[in-house]
Design a protein around this ligand. Structure first.
Ligand code: CP
Length: 316
C-alpha cells in the first residue's frame, strides 16, 4: 500500500487484509507485547491542521507500539500562522526524514494533494479531510462491528447481510462518507437517516437508501445504529433545526434506546454531544461500542502504518 487516502478506492480484499492485520496487532497487545520492533528507524509525522483527540493520540500510540519515531505537528503554534503553505510545511517535514505523514486538514482533498503532487516521497495517511473522508475511522468502525458480530472467528470475514443505519449530520460527516463506501464494499446494507437539510445535495452514486424518520428506521430493526456528531463548527449556512427539535426527532434518546433490539450495536465516532445526538444512557449502555471503537482504533492504525511502511511500498 502506497497511501491510505479514502475507503472509496479500497477493494474488499485490501479492506479485509487491513482488518486481519489489525487483529494480529490487537493479539500482540493482549499478549502484553507492548512494543514490536517492526518500524524501528522509521519516522511518522502527525500533521494536524484541525483539532483531534482520538485520531492523533491513537496514531501516535500505534506508531510508538511499532517502534517508529513520532513527530507531532499542530498547525496552532506553528509557522502556518505566518502564512507558510502546505507544500512548504510538508517539505520541511520531509527534510527532517518523514517516512509517513498522517494528515488532518480542513480542506477536502488535502491528503490527495500531498500524495499526488510530488512535493514529498512519504506515504500519506488521511486522518480526516474536510467533509470528504476519514478512512481509518471507518476501518475501526468496520473492525468493531466485525468483532462484535463474529467474535474470535472474525478473521477473513466481511459484513455480508448486516444492516447499518447512520443517523444525523451526514452533510458535514467525513465519517459517514468513509463508512458508506467501506461498509458496502464489505457487504453491509447501509441506510442514512438525517434532517432533510443535513443530507448532501448530491448523493448520486451513493449505494444507500436515504430516509428522514428515525423512529421508522428503528422499527426496521437495524443491526447497527451509528450516531453522527452534529458538527456545529461546519454548520455555516446549513439550516440546523434547534437543538431541542433535533434531539427530539433525530437523537438516540432513552426512549428510542429502549425500542432497539437488544442485539443492535450503538456506535458513535466521538466526540459526542451528549444530550443532543445521543443520550448519556445510550452512550454508556452495554450496546454501545464507543470505548471499544477507541481501543480498536490503535490496532487499526498499527495495521495501516505497518502495511504502508514495512517492506516495499507498492503503488496504491
Ligand atoms: N473520531 C474522531 O475523528 O475523533 P477526533 O476528532 O477526536 O480525532
Amino acid at each position: 500500500m502506497r497511501h491510505l487516502l479514502s475507503t472509496r478506492d479500497l477493494s474488499r480484499d485490501a479492506a479485509i487484509e487491513l482488518l486481519d492485520v489489525a487483529e494480529d496487532m490487537a493479539d500482540t497487545q493482549l499478549r502484553e507485547v507492548k512494543k514490536l520492533p517492526t518500524l524501528r528507524g522509521k519516522t511518522v509525522v502527525n500533521l494536524f491542521f484541525e483539532d483531534s483527540t482520538r485520531t492523533r493520540i491513537s496514531f501516535e500510540a500505534a506508531a510508538k507500539r511499532l517502534s517508529a519515531d513520532v513527530i507531532n505537528f499542530s498547525a496552532k503554534g506553528s509557522s502556518v500562522s505566518k502564512g507558510e503553505s502546505l507544500k512548504d510545511t510538508a517539505q520541511t517535514l520531509q527534510a527532517m526524514g518523514a517516512d509517513a505523514v498522517v494528515i488532518r486538514h480542513p480542506a477536502s482533498g488535502a491528503p490527495q494533494t500531498l500524495a499526488t503532487s510530488g512535493w514529498i516521497d512519504a506515504g500519506i495517511l488521511n486522518a480526516g479531510d474536510g467533509t470528504h473522508e476519514h478512512p481509518t475511522q471507518a476501518l475501526l468502525d468496520a473492525y468493531t462491528i466485525r468483532k462484535r458480530v463474529h467474535g474470535s472467528a472474525s478473521r477473513g470475514k466481511d459484513l455480508d447481510g448486516l444492516r447499518v443505519t447512520l443517523v444525523g449530520d451526514v452533510l458535514h460527516s467525513r465519517v459517514a462518507r468513509s463508512n458508506v463506501w467501506l461498509l458496502t464494499t464489505l457487504g453491509a446494507t447501509v441506510s442514512l437517516v438525517s434532517p432533510p437539510t443535513l443530507v448532501p445535495v448530491n448523493t448520486t452514486g451513493w449505494p444507500v437508501a436515504i430516509g428522514y424518520d428515525l423512529d421508522e428506521a428503528i422499527e426496521g430493526k437495524p443491526d447497527v445504529i451509528m450516531m453522527l456528531r452534529i458538527q456545529a463548527e461546519r454548520m455555516r449556512d446549513a439550516f440546523f433545526p434547534n437543538s431541542r427539535e433535533y434531539s427530539k426527532r433525530w437523537g438516540l434518546d432513552d426512549g428510542r434506546l429502549g425500542k432497539l433490539q437488544a442485539t443492535t450495536i450503538v456506535m458513535h465516532p466521538g466526540p459526542m454531544n451528549r444530550g443532543l445526538e445521543i443520550s448519556a444512557a445510550a452512550a454508556d449502555s452495554p450496546q454501545s461500542t464507543v470505548r471499544e471503537q477507541v481501543t480498536n482504533g490503535v490496532s487499526v492504525r498499527m495495521a495501516a502504518l505497518y502495511l504502508l511502511l514495512s517492506g516495499d511500498r507498492e503503488d496504491a
